[in-house]
Design a binder for this molecule. Structure first.
Ligand SMILES: NC(=O)c1ccc[n+]([C@@H]2O[C@H](COP(=O)([O-])OP(=O)(O)OC[C@H]3O[C@@H](n4cnc5c(N)ncnc54)[C@H](O)[C@@H]3O)[C@@H](O)[C@H]2O)c1
Length: 358
């Protein structure tokens, strides 16, 4: 029996009901955001760790039925399915949700390979549902501040951009799936893709990439890439092979003809600007919710980007207009570029990025 679809082309006017699939690190983070979004509720949570999931929901003062698998949840009335499963499980879950006419939010990376990603995009298109992928850096307040700063022209023309994402090896994932390159794609695909995707968002696709990196049992554990653009020098580095006690850092430095903007998640204030010959000054930016994700744990400093991306997805459901930022096609293009980066690191040759889209 197919579940009841509650959807209208004009958008959803009442409460938006979400079926959250996977209640690990990211699932808890998303639940914490939904708890804060007005007019949004959890229709159910799917995770085989039923008792732990129920206990954690209670600790977050959230109430929702918990199901062992998607099939057991098929009769739950909901508008959208939010997929926070290990990456190798994204494709079947998207197929299930599209097959049941549900709108879809799926965590990044969209998939492990382009054939899978292309199939998912086709399934979503056929179903006519909304599809957004969790490329949260497009929505992260400090990165949005950079986007606005570039557009404002206040620093002049952007000359160079350098981005870093560094972490201790992930210790927390269920059955250690993150440390299995066949399940997660390693640090290049799981972690560094955030910066590749943001570079696409700002500047479009590069003409080619040239990468070097280091490998271990988890695949490409640290990757360094130069992205070839006609008029901006762009590099990004992402690795999770730092010692356990090292923690996490995301950062960027943007140099303009008349200034700089810098971000470092380890500093407070995290974002600063130098204009002309002036002094370094903290740069204000709007963040929807300061403070730690309640009940989510982990080392991510604020709900900012997660809040913004899910608020944007919910808004797309209310308006009936499909998401324009972090779409399935954009996510597949970022995947294609990271796969080209891995190929470049393997061959030590520059790799061209095909102009074809998804
Ligand atoms: N956007 C970000 O910043 C960010 C950060 C971390 C993870 N992620 C992504 O989020 C996704 C999930 O990662 P995570 O860190 O939450 O992993 P996790 O290991 O913490 O959680 C995965 C959860 O899925 C559950 N699960 C396993 N099989 C299931 C099934 N058949 N049905 C339902 N639930 C099942 C597990 O029990 C676990 O609770 C991955 O794609 C990852 O790349 C994104």
């Amino acid at each position: 029996m197919k579940p009841r679809v509650i959807r209208s082309r004009a958008g959803i006017s009442g409460e938006v009901r979400i079926l959250l699939v996977g209640f690990g690190f990211m699932g808890k983070m998303h639940a914490a955001v939904y708890r804060q979004l007005r007019g949004v509720s959890l229709a159910g949570v799917v995770d085989p760790r039923i008792q732990e999931t129920k206990k954690h929901l209670r600790s977050m003062q959230m109430d929702a039925p918990v199901f062992r698998d998607l099939e057991s949840a098929k009769s739950v009335p909901c508008h959208a399915v939010d997929i926070c499963l290990p990456t190798d499980m994204h494709a079947p879950a998207v197929a299930w949700a599209a097959g049941h006419g549900k709108h879809i939010f799926c965590e990044k990376p969209i998939a492990l390979n382009l054939a899978q990603a292309g199939k998912m995009i086709q399934q979503v298109k056929r179903a006519g549902v909304h599809f957004q992928v969790g490329h949260c850096i497009r929505f992260w307040p400090e990165y949005q501040a950079l986007e606005k700063f570039i557009a404002s022209g206040r620093g002049g023309r952007l000359l160079s951009l350098s981005l870093q994402r560094r972490a201790a090896r992930p210790q927390y994932s269920q059955q250690d799936w993150l440390n299995g390159s066949r399940r997660s794609g390693g640090a290049a695909l799981d972690l560094h893709i955030h910066d590749t995707d943001f570079v696409h968002h700002l500047l479009g696709k590069p003409r080619s990439v040239q990468s070097i990196g280091t490998q271990d049992r988890t695949g490409w554990s640290h990757i360094f890439t130069h992205y070839d653009y006609p008029s901006v020098a762009v590099t990004a580095e992402g690795g999770w092979n730092y010692p356990t006690g090292w923690g996490f850092q995301m950062a960027f430095q943007a140099v303009f003809t008349g200034g700089t903007m810098e971000f470092d998640s380890r500093l407070n204030p995290s974002l600063s600007v130098v204009l002309g010959e002036g002094k370094k000054q903290a740069w204000p930016f709007s963040s929807p919710k300061a403070g730690r994700a309640q009940g989510a744990g982990g080392n991510v400093s604020s709900l900012g980007g997660y809040h913004n991306e899910l608020a944007s997805f919910v808004q797309s459901l209310r308006s009936g207009c499909k998401p324009k930022v972090a779409t399935g096609s954009q996510a597949a293009e970022s995947l294609a570029t990271v796969l080209a980066e891995i190929k470049s690191a393997q061959t030590r040759q520059a790799v061209k990025i095909p102009s074809r889209g998804f």
